[in-house]
Design a protein around this ligand. Structure first.
Ligand code: AGP
Length: 606
């Protein structure tokens, strides 16, 4: 999951490429690099670490070229280093390539190239690509304007795996060639300028008109011309699509970090999401033409936080529609040979819409005849072009690696679609739930008022080595999501337990150094969880409780109240103190909350 940017136009490309990389750093930030062409010579500057290190390279300001490509890396093959940073060139410096994805057969290709006299400077899989282009280019005896494109096409025919590529060549100085397979790539167009990028935020400030490349589609890009070809180099016509995201929404709006901004945006993002499917308490999904009466099994498939939202969706679908619902991790589902047929509905949740495992799982479900429904936060993302139906969480661009507002919007949408399906199944007793959805924005604002208490708690917990989370039923799911938030931005080891499971092993971990955070919003399970709290307190643990209930217990150091709501909606409120706690603990540790180590926002490789 790297970020790539390209430009060809009438301006100096460096500022545009750097700005694009900065907007794509959430996709990876191990190293960065730029390649430009001037006087038929390819200049490359690259460095280890963040894009700002690239900006500080003295020679970068001397580059005046109007054609260039750039890359910010999340290391897959080879350590984060200057040598492994992209762009990569062929041995003679005729071609430069930036790549997002993984070439699975790179070793075989590398050996072929070494046998043909090529050598390699880096440990990356990517470096085989410019050398293969050189190999095919020099062995092509037809010297016409398609020569470079043929060399790129012949190269791609040898590649196995995933790639989004931008290629420049000193033989075609004012041209960028772009091609994608399973990794995202878009082209923005604006009069006599063309912008290429992994994702919309990188180039949104220059245009709202975009081409979305399909898999195995080539684009030959110059400042005034844009030609598209299919995998056999047959010319294709493509239309632009207008994207109505306001580029001003992609900034911190005065918050210290995107994550904090996005936590505080949840009142609005929830509202923007349910206003799209619920008007005057009538729920409709006009584009969803699924015969829910014929569905006898629902799968929800996703990764990470999205999978946790899916676990919440299971509660809603089973209780409102009475259809068995299985939630599975994408990377497991895709290799499990799931039992699917035309009576199966598979729901795929992905904030980015680009997660490789989730997209592969969707393709598997389609191949087995299941109906597929995608839930995503990114307009026209790859997953929406593969699913039978797509629904959007209108939570706005989510930049922080840790997913917060997308999570609560996903749950809202899942409850909404569950109500919709249940009403199609002649269940009329849904008014109470629809009324409750309308109260969420205000209840979220109330919940956010716990932040000062959470900040104090963070000062007590930030130096702990382990923190455990407990819950039962839907509160166990919140505990899982809370644990993921904490570990991914504070690097503190944490684990979530089903409270009833403690006695079956995990309680052996508990001692007087233990800190345990319990979530209790399900009034039917209060006394069970209180008993579990007493069991761990008896062994010296200190407990913190996040609850919507009135509790009779003095065992807890901290009790943080959240507003009461319907059980199916309770994770939307109860997760907020956990999001804030993870944020403030990470800040106490002086960590980069928006860009945690080793992670990236969109996992476009498996
Ligand atoms: C969430 O905080 C994590 N960054 C991660 O688990 C994420 O939810 C997961 O990678 C799935 O991403 P997606 O929703 O874009 O598919």
């Amino acid at each position: 999951m790297c970020g790539i940017v390209g430009y060809v136009g009438n301006k100096k490309c460096i500022p545009i490429l750097i700005n694009g990389l900065l907007k794509l750093e959430y996709r990876g930030y191990d190293s960065a690099g730029i390649a430009t062409i001037s006087n038929n010579y390819i200049n490359i500057i690259k460095c280890k670490g963040r894009v700002c290190n690239l900006q500080n390279q003295a020679e970068i300001n001397n580059l005046t070229s109007t054609t260039g490509i750039a890359h910010t890396r999340w290391a897959t093959h080879g350590i984060p280093s200057k040598e492994n940073a992209h762009p990569h060139m062929d041995n003679l410096g005729n071609f430069a390539v930036v790549h997002n994805g993984i070439i699975e057969n790179y070793l075989e290709l590398k050996n072929f190239l070494i046998d043909n006299g090529y050598f390699f400077y880096s440990e990356t899989d990517t470096e085989v690509i410019p050398n293969l282009i050189h190999y095919f280019y020099t062995n092509d005896l037809i010297d016409d304007k398609m020569k470079l494109l043929r060399a790129v096409k012949n190269t791609c025919a040898k590649l196995k795996g995933s790639y989004a590529l931008e290629i420049i060549s000193k033989f075609n100085p004012n041209t960028v060639i772009a091609i994608r397979k399973s990794s995202p790539l878009i082209i923005g167009t604006n009069k006599s300028e063309k912008f290429i990028a992994s994702d919309i935020p990188a180039i949104l400030q220059y245009t709202n008109d975009f081409y979305f490349l399909a898999d195995n589609e080539f684009a030959v890009i110059t400042k005034n011309k844009l030609d598209f070809y299919d995998k056999n180099l047959v010319k294709q016509h493509k239309n632009t699509e207008k994207v109505d995201i306001n580029c001003c929404s992609i900034n911190k709006s005065g918050y210290k970090d995107y994550m904090l901004k996005e936590v505080y945006e949840q009142s609005t993002s929830i509202q923007n999401t349910f206003y799209k499917f619920m008007v005057d308490n009538n729920i409709s999904f006009p584009y969803i033409n699924i015969d829910i009466g014929s569905i006898n099994m629902i799968y929800i498939v996703a990764c990470g936080t999205a999978m946790h939202a899916g676990l919440c969706g299971k509660f809603a679908l089973e209780s409102l529609c009475n259809i068995p619902t299985i939630v599975d991790i994408s990377s497991e589902f895709r290799y499990r040979n799931p039992l699917l047929n035309k009576n199966s509905l598979c729901i795929f949740i992905s904030q980015s819409g680009e997660t490789a495992d989730t997209i592969a799982a969707l393709e598997l479900a389609k191949s087995k005849g299941a109906t597929t429904l995608a839930i995503t936060n990114v307009f026209n993302s790859s997953i929406t072009r593969k699913a039978d139906y797509s629904l959007y969480t209108y939570s706005g661009p989510e930049i922080a690696v840790a997913s917060t507002k997308a999570y609560t919007s996903q749950i809202t949408l899942l409850v909404g679609i569950s109500i919709y399906f249940s009403e199609l199944l002649a269940n009329t007793n849904t008014h109470f739930l629809k009324d409750e959805i309308l109260t969420l924005p205000n209840k979220i604002k109330q919940t956010l008022q716990t932040s000062s208490k959470i900040k104090k708690l963070a000062k007590k917990l930030y130096n702990k080595d382990n923190i455990f989370f407990l819950g039962r039923g839907i509160d166990y799911i919140t505990s899982m999501e809370a644990s993921l938030k904490l570990k991914e931005i504070s690097y503190i080891h944490s684990e979530a337990f089903a409270a009833g499971e403690l006695k079956h092993g995990p309680i052996a971990l508990i001692d007087n150094e233990s800190y345990i955070i319990c979530t209790i919003t399900d009034s039917t399970l209060i006394y069970k969880v209180i008993s579990n709290i007493e069991e761990v307190t008896a062994r010296g643990a200190k407990t913190i409780i996040i609850t919507s209930e009135e509790l009779q217990t003095s065992d807890s150091e901290f009790i943080i109240k959240v507003p009461k709501t319907n059980k199916l909606l309770s994770p939307i409120l109860s997760i907020i103190p956990h999001q804030l706690l993870a944020y403030y603990i990470a800040k106490e540790k002086g960590l980069d909350v928006d860009k945690p180590r080793n992670l990236a926002k969109s996992v476009t490789v498996e």
